[in-house]
Design a protein around this ligand. Sequence first.
Ligand code: ZN
Length: 132
Amino acid sequence: MNKIEHIGIAVKDLAEAEEKWAKLLNTLSYKRELVESEGVITSFFKVGETKIELLAPTTANSPIQKFLDKRGEGIHHIAFAVDNIEAKMKELANQGFTLINETPKKGADRKKVAFLHPKSTGGILVELCQDL
Ligand code: ZN
């Protein structure tokens, strides 16, 4: 793992959360991106070397909506940058971690991403991401 690439935060109302986080970080969101396959709209803030990714649901059966129903707003996942996502997935699977994705998929912000199941990481949804 190279660094924490971003921290994903589940929010109900993207515009309201953007306003709050812009104040908190003293910087504006630099982009919004819709990830249609996941039913989520994202908004990114730069914080030094890393980013905050706000995630709001766009459909009722979005995984983010399910998360909000179950746990409410808050930290949704931690994303680590890796150089070779396929190799890292294999390595972690061999070490006993459970992968949610068998192959990487296309994430927001021009990344290939894959997730580790929170059951195998002590309750934290972990995202691996590699620049495309
Ligand atoms: Zn993410």
